[in-house]
Design a protein around this ligand. Structure first.
Ligand SMILES: [Zn+2]
Ligand SMILES: [Zn+2]
Length: 232
């Protein structure tokens, strides 16, 4: 578990990063759940702080791609956690609809190759469907969902106002620097680029995305530079 600020951690599960929030009311919230087989990895990470899966009260999903909702049903069975996600991702997360990836015509050969690597999501659970920007003080003071669509139609970030920390899902990636999400896995790249500008306007200090290292303290400048680059 990598400490971001007090009570906030990022955990690299290999396939993707997840977030762990310590709730003032007791217990934990997870942001995303990694890929298939992640339940044991999450249990192991939590045990390093003497927590267990039963401490998880809420699971906040950024979007329904298979590398963000792994083992969701199994995690809910153990923890009885409440799962939150955008309404537009709910059917994908429940396994009722395929992921909406980029059309082949918009991709080069490498992009089509990456797209084929995407696996169908496992059958998951959503209890609370969000519609967009949403105040989530009911879970934790200063927490809100930020609508950052494009990579997926209902992609959400989760923002902690007190520490200016944004868990962004895949609205961008941090692979050799911050950059636009991977085209083969992105539903609408134009919208995704607009979401980078939306995230930059939050001026977060800390940014944790699904793929790549957390950006600590200097996220606002890095995001603003990416937003400018994607505009031109
Ligand atoms: Zn994704
Ligand atoms: Zn991802």
């Amino acid at each position: 578990m990598q400490r971001i600020v007090d009570g906030v951690w990022a955990v690299n599960l290999g396939i993707a990063n997840i977030g762990v929030l310590e709730l003032p009311s007791g217990g934990l919230a997870l942001i995303d759940t990694g890929g298939n087989g992640s339940k044991e990895k999450i249990a192991k990470a939590l045990s390093s702080k003497n927590w267990q899966l039963e401490d998880v009260k809420h699971i906040l999903i950024t979007h329904g791609h298979y590398d963000h909702v792994g083992d969701l049903e199994a995690l809910v069975q153990v923890s009885k956690a409440t799962v939150w996600a955008h309404q537009k991702e709910a059917r994908v997360i429940r396994g009722l609809e395929p992921q909406q990836l980029a059309p082949d015509s918009s991709l080069n050969a490498f992009g089509r190759f990456l797209k084929r690597m995407g696996q169908p999501p496992a059958k998951g659970v959503v209890h609370k469907e969000l519609q967009g920007n949403t105040n989530l003080e009911v879970i934790m003071p200063g927490l809100r969902a930020v609508f950052l669509p494009g990579h997926a139609p209902g992609q959400l970030g989760y923002y902690l106002e007190n520490s200016r920390t944004l868990f962004g899902g895949d609205f961008c990636v941090n692979i050799l620097g911050l950059r636009a999400p991977i085209a083969g896995f992105t539903t609408d790249m134009r919208e995704a680029k607009r979401s980078v500008a939306v995230a930059a306007r939050l001026e977060p200090s800390n940014l944790i995305v699904g793929h790549g290292q957390p950006v600590l303290e200097v996220a606002a400048g890095a995001l603003e530079r990416l937003a400018q680059k994607l505009k031109s």
